[in-house]
Write a protein that binds this ligand. Structure first.
Ligand SMILES: NC(=O)c1ccc[n+]([C@@H]2O[C@H](COP(=O)([O-])OP(=O)(O)OC[C@H]3O[C@@H](n4cnc5c(N)ncnc54)[C@H](O)[C@@H]3O)[C@@H](O)[C@H]2O)c1
Length: 386
């Protein structure tokens, strides 16, 4: 595992934080590994009703629970990581918040935007930290890309082209059948990561127009989707996702974050600006040497980058938030905004309409508005640009 950026050199003697994980499947086990790498934090319990979950708890030598409420009563942990199937996030997140326990909820925040908003408001009213597991923002290369874009190295961002293409084997779906069901398609499971990063790097997304193709394997979700994005700064983006295309162009295969993915030297995002371009995650800057002119030489510069495991960085950040030392980098509201874009992509794909997400509407977008199919169509048709 890669090292984290978290330094323990200055940590004072203080009681370790007791963290619990609910859902110790694929990503939950990575969180357990991350906790082991963060000083001053211990895994105190695992909640997972499956036999496999019980076996993992035994292997990790921590108390096992088949129910979140029982664990909260028995252990009163300092923080909880929810890495359960997405449809459980809202109810389980509410249980953590009601107990006053800070919670890191895996992405996507929820499979329902309305419920996600209620959860975020609950956290804000209770003043209990709710973080969303968009761990890529904790990758130092993302910080570096953000820094260059903010410094104006490539000028004004005009366009972005993002790819999220890979092939998930049948066994991935057979092992956890919820992955075949409504709400767990690649738009919500995978694209939400990329949408979150594009918002972070390029600005808020104010409208989307999308198309999807149904699963060729007969699952309940799409297996290919494409969306045209407009950002509030008038930049335009295209993004496509598929869990059924064999290709090297995805964050997973290019960011070198997690050794289970083969690595390629390709990139996932091409960000084009008025004065240069940046590919991410390989962090190559492109610009003309003397003047901006397509007839003059253009050259590439590699931006030096640090490497560290974003999941460990995220866990270190979660402990700092619990201790009151840092504000959440990806708050519940940030997770909600990324979810709102994903929701708009899904609605656009269903209605064939351009869907607007007005910046001033962020707090009410798609929540206080009609949701039946015909009403959505009417609503969005009314907003279709000429
Ligand atoms: N950040 C990332 O890169 C990343 C990667 C993969 C998955 N995820 C997200 O993490 C979540 C879990 O995905 P996964 O692929 O690890 O799923 P998974 O199926 O591998 O694991 C989910 C676990 O939750 C357990 N579970 C089911 N009901 C439970 C309950 N009531 N209480 C406690 N545990 C329960 C299951 O037994 C299983 O072990 C999803 O929301 C997914 O979108 C995030």
């Amino acid at each position: 595992m890669a090292s984290s950026e978290f330094s323990n050199a200055a940590t004072e003697a203080r009681p370790p934080l007791r963290l619990a994980i609910a859902g110790i499947g694929l990503v939950g086990q990575r969180h357990a590994d991350a906790i082991a790498q963060v000083p001053d934090s211990n895994l105190c319990a695992v909640v997972d009703p499956s036999d496999a979950g019980k076996a993992v708890a035994e292997r990790l030598c921590v108390p096992w629970f088949d129910d979140l409420h029982g664990m909260i009563l028995a252990q009163a942990p300092d923080g909880i990581i929810l890495s359960t199937p997405t449809k459980l996030h809202v109810d389980q997140g509410a249980a953590c918040l009601d107990a006053g326990i800070p919670v890191l909820i895996e992405k996507p925040l929820a499979d329902d935007l309305r419920a996600a908003r209620t959860l975020v408001e609950r956290a804000e009213q209770a003043n209990v930290a709710l973080l969303v597991g968009h761990h890529r923002r904790h990758n130092p290369l993302v910080r570096k890309a953000h820094e260059h874009i903010n410094l104006g190295t490539i000028g004004a961002v005009r366009a972005v082209q993002a790819s999220c293409w890979f092939y998930k084997p049948d066994s991935y779906f057979d092992e956890a059948p919820w992955r075949k069901q409504v709400g767990a398609g690649p738009i919500s499971v995978n694209l939400v990561h990329d949408i979150d990063l594009l918002r972070h790097l390029c600005g808020e997304i104010v409208s989307v127009q999308a198309q999807v193709a149904p699963s060729a394997r007969g699952y309940e979700n799409e297996d290919v989707a494409a969306a045209l994005l407009r950002f509030e700064n008038d930049a335009i983006g295209t993004i496509t996702v598929s869990d059924s295309i064999v290709a090297p162009w995805s964050w997973e295969m290019t960011a070198h974050e997690y050794p289970i993915y083969p690595t390629t030297s390709q990139s996932a995002y091409l960000i084009g600006g008025s004065h240069g371009s940046l590919s991410v995650p390989d962090l190559t800057l492109w610009g003309h040497n003397e003047c901006r002119d397509w007839w003059t030489p253009i050259s590439a510069t590699s931006v030096p980058q640090d490497t560290s495991d974003p999941l460990i960085n995220q866990m270190a950040h979660f402990t700092a938030v619990i201790r009151g030392e840092e504000a959440p980098l990806v708050s519940g509201r940030e997770g909600l905004r990324s979810l709102a874009v994903v929701d708009a992509i899904q609605k656009s794909a269903k209605t064939n309409a351009l869907v607007h997400l007005e910046a001033e509407d962020w707090d009410s977008m798609w929540v206080d508005k009609p949701t039946s199919q015909s009403e959505i169509t009417n609503e969005t048709n009314a907003k279709v640009a000429n």
